[in-house]
Design a binder for this molecule. Structure first.
Ligand code: SF4
Ligand code: SF4
Length: 327
């Protein structure tokens, strides 16, 4: 019997999700033995034409990481959607927009200006920007068009499952692969990670008071952090109370607060709003003035509460009266 065919692809992401697959270590050999990897451009020399040659539905599953923000990414994921029976949004960027989704705080024009006119690595006075079409003596050249707005994968194509994390924890990847190979998959739309908050299994849970009363929010690099006490009780912005469990708490173990990469549990519709309300409720202010002073300690509210999920939020992006359409 032929082995199930599997594909991996990346869009707007850093490559960490691809690294996480390699982090399966010797487990990757079991994967290779059990499936035929027929598309994985970051690791093996496959081309778009190899995918086009597949019949529709020939891939048993395709893991797609990264947010979607260009015409090329859109074309590729639409093609992979046709060829795959199941699509998994792999990692925070595909699931929620991720760090690249923070670009929705700016306009496309501002992003291009920064990258091609003001970045320290650009020649002073440069006015040249990439353009999508150009004709040269050798023929016509094309570049992908950068969209105005970063989108999650399920805002562009139908998605069957979500593997959360930045990057997804190796154990969750292994469990997902086992479930796919055994055919024992949960209902469509499931996030393949425990549906409880990170605090539930945190080693510091016993030191978290029932009622928190934070007088000052602190930044980890500017304070001495107790290695045993609940980080939130110390005034560090730990998002464990609103973040999905399943990572093994590597950040907390390294004395760093959780920044929320596994995203929300299933009963939360807007992660950032939930995180904002959870953290604001811990502020121990007696009046409005004191509240303002305490909240001023949160240096970058959007980057703190929507670090991984701005495109998936109700806000979606900064309001831009001049932006045309969703793209
Ligand atoms: S707030 Fe953070 S440190 Fe405190 S119990 Fe929850 S996950 Fe652990
Ligand atoms: S502790 Fe939080 S930020 Fe760190 S890996 Fe887990 S979910 Fe992600």
């Amino acid at each position: 019997m032929s082995k199930p065919k599997v594909g991996f692809y990346w869009c707007a992401s850093c490559g960490g999700c691809e690294e996480a697959v390699v982090d399966l270590a010797e487990g990757i050999l079991d994967v290779v033995a059990a499936v035929d990897i027929v598309f994985w451009p970051v690791a093996l020399d496959f081309k778009r034409s190899d995918v086009e040659a597949l019949v529709d539905g020939e891939l048993a599953v395709c893991f797609i990481n990264g947010a979607i923000r260009s015409s090329e990414q859109c074309e590729m994921v639409e093609l992979l959607r046709r060829k795959a029976k199941a699509v998994i949004a792999f990692g925070s960027c595909a699931q929620l927009g991720g760090i690249p989704g923070l670009a929705n705080e700016s306009s496309r024009a501002a992003v291009m200006d920064e990258a091609y006119k003001h970045a320290p690595s650009v020649d002073k006075g440069n006015t040249v920007e990439p353009i999508p079409h150009i004709t040269v003596p050798e023929g016509k050249l094309e570049l992908p068009v950068l969209w105005e707005t970063v989108k999650t994968l399920d805002q562009v194509i139908d998605v069957d499952y979500y593997l959360p994390g930045c990057p997804p924890p190796v154990e969750l990847i292994g469990n997902a692969l086992k479930a796919i190979l055994s055919g024992q998959l949960p209902p469509k739309g499931t996030v393949l990670a425990p549906d409880i908050a990170l605090c539930e299994h945190c080693d510091r849970r016993e030191t978290k008071p029932d009622k928190l009363s934070v007088k000052q929010f602190k930044r980890p690099h500017l304070t001495a952090v107790d290695p045993k006490e609940c980080l939130l009780a110390q005034g560090l912005l730990c998002l464990g109370p609103v973040t999905r469990d399943g990572c093994g708490s590597p950040c907390i173990k390294a004395n760093m607060p959780c920044t929320g990469c596994l995203g929300p549990t299933s009963n939360v519709r807007d992660y950032g709003a939930k995180a904002l309300s959870a953290i604001a409720s811990t502020a121990g202010a007696n009046d409005e003035k004191e509240m303002e002073k305490i909240l001023a300690g949160i240096v970058d509210p959007v980057g703190t509460f929507y670090r991984y999920s701005l495109p998936a939020s109700f806000l979606h992006r900064r309001y831009q009266p001049t932006a045309r359409g969703g793209k």
